[in-house]
Design a protein around this ligand. Structure first.
Ligand code: BG6
Length: 456
């Protein structure tokens, strides 16, 4: 049995776009609306972002269920496109909605983390160039300023970005996010714009002298070399500089990896920047770090390195045949990486307070696990969470400053292109009548939170 400290926060996360759909107020379109309009066949069962669990309608019922489980805290976010549908005009209805929504968490004593950006780029912002446009970045800062001034007293912690580089990797080097093109030059420009936007928002927050903690949530798919061969160790360092520690270091404390800069120079990919911008980035300091952890990345050097068109093509990621993999998502299950993450934060990130902002398992066709009473017996989820919590406790025992754990997701959410293919929630959502029901894991988590104890 593992005992967690009394003040350790157990909770869960969700996101605005994945739970709100078009929702109870008017909203501007975002890139996933455009993506779905253009290629509905790419979305699982052709379900687009309009059909979610509709939390804007059902939030009182949902938050009451969160309270029943006993969440200490929860993370969701604001939708930029709902608050500023055209980028300029404030949607008063949305302001009223978010006040009511946040108040409901407060009434139920659930500490609230609010994210400013979780993959939900307003369409107008994309059309103006996305994060490579300084105009868009400045509008993002204005949106952040509005949020801080309007909601600071009610929100407990702010998060600038969730998994900041995922929309870049998936949209400009892959096909899961809009625009689904392959363009490293543009990807680097977008990534740089995100770093700048994050730093400008933090700068503003400090200028406003706001006191609630502000941080960033990063998906740390911890990098391991596939072998001890020198070229694979080198590949791992490069991968880390591009994907994990490199960007994290920039957003954590404005430290830019020289390996990353050298590699970008080699391929002529340095983005346009100014010394004033770099000074703002270098000045960034956050109060806490949220880590989303689902899987590690194991890499080796690509066979024909000479054919690489940019730095990341020198590296290839592979899942070893012997690895334990979630077959529904194709992600390796490796809780041990949390130990390495926790120790790296302790030793190299000034032991900053950190928490698991997302961790969970997505499973297809959970219906088949329903017992005669109608309860989904999601023992696989209980096992997954237990295994990860064990490692978290281990690294805390070594002095790593982990203060909480949020499971993804509080309830079944719509997901990017996968829609409702993989279910992640403690609470199932029946999309035919929008009814909600606890899964077995919700009762397990309720017990765990009550005693702050994990039974192994
Ligand atoms: C994280 C995201 O990457 O993983 C969530 O922050 C997402 O938004 C979650 O839903 C699970 O991934 P997926 O793609 O299976 O929904």
């Amino acid at each position: 049995m593992l005992k967690f400290p009394k003040n350790f926060e157990f909770g869960a996360s969700i996101s605005a776009l994945q739970t709100e759909g078009h929702g109870c107020t008017k909203t501007g379109l975002n890139t996933f609306d455009a993506f779905f309009d253009k290629s509905p066949e790419l979305f699982f069962n052709q379900v687009g972002p309009q059909l979610t669990c509709d939390i804007t309608t059902y939030y009182k019922e949902d938050i009451a269920m969160f309270k029943t489980i006993g969440f200490d805290s929860l993370r969701t976010g604001f939708a930029w496109a709902r608050l500023f549908p055209d980028g300029e005009t404030l949607n008063e209805e949305a302001v009223i909605f978010y006040h009511d929504y946040i108040r409901e968490y407060k009434k139920n004593h659930i500490k609230l983390y609010m994210t400013l950006f979780h993959f939900d780029m307003p369409l107008w912002a994309y059309q103006e160039g996305g994060w490579s446009s300084r105009k868009v970045i400045n509008k993002f800062v204005k949106y952040a300023e509005f949020v801080f001034k309007e909601f600071h007293d009610e929100v407990d912690c702010f998060v600038t970005f969730n998994e900041p580089l995922v929309p870049v990797f998936e949209g400009y080097l892959g096909k899961r996010h809009y625009p689904g093109i392959w363009n490293p030059q543009e990807a680097i420009k977008q990534a740089y714009g995100i770093f700048l936007a994050h730093s400008k928002v933090i700068k503003l927050y400090r200028k406003l002298k706001l006191k609630k903690p502000i941080g960033v949530v990063y998906n740390w798919n911890y990098t391991y070399p596939l072998s001890n061969k020198p070229q694979d160790l080198k590949a791992a360092q490069l991968h880390d500089a591009y994907v994990n520690r490199g960007p994290l270091d920039i957003m954590f404390n404005g430290k830019i990896s020289s390996l990353l800069i050298e590699s970008l120079k080699e391929y002529n990919l340095l983005p346009p920047y100014s010394t004033e911008e770099i000074a703002i980035i270098k000045d960034t300091k956050i109060d806490f770090l949220g880590i989303n952890y689902y899987f590690p990345t194991r890499v080796r050097q690509v066979d024909n390195i000479k054919s690489a068109r940019w730095g990341l093509e020198e590296v290839v990621a592979e899942i070893p045949k012997t690895a334990n993999v979630n077959p529904f998502r194709g992600w390796e299950i490796y809780p041990e990486a949390l130990y390495d993450i926790g120790m790296t934060i302790k030793n190299e990130f000034h032991n900053i307070p950190w928490y698991i902002a997302e961790n969970g398992i997505g499973v297809e066709n959970e219906e088949s696990y329903r017992d005669q009473s109608g309860l989904i017996q999601d023992d696989y989820r209980i096992k997954f969470l237990t295994n990860h919590l064990q490692i978290i406790k281990e690294v805390m025992n070594q002095g790593s400053n982990c203060f909480g754990y949020h499971m993804w997701a509080a309830l079944d959410c719509w997901s990017f292109r996968n829609a409702f293919k993989n279910r992640y929630g403690f609470i199932e959502v029946d999309l035919t009548d929008m009814s909600r029901r606890f899964k077995k894991s919700a009762f397990w988590y309720q017990e765990l939170i009550k005693n702050k104890e994990v039974h192994d």
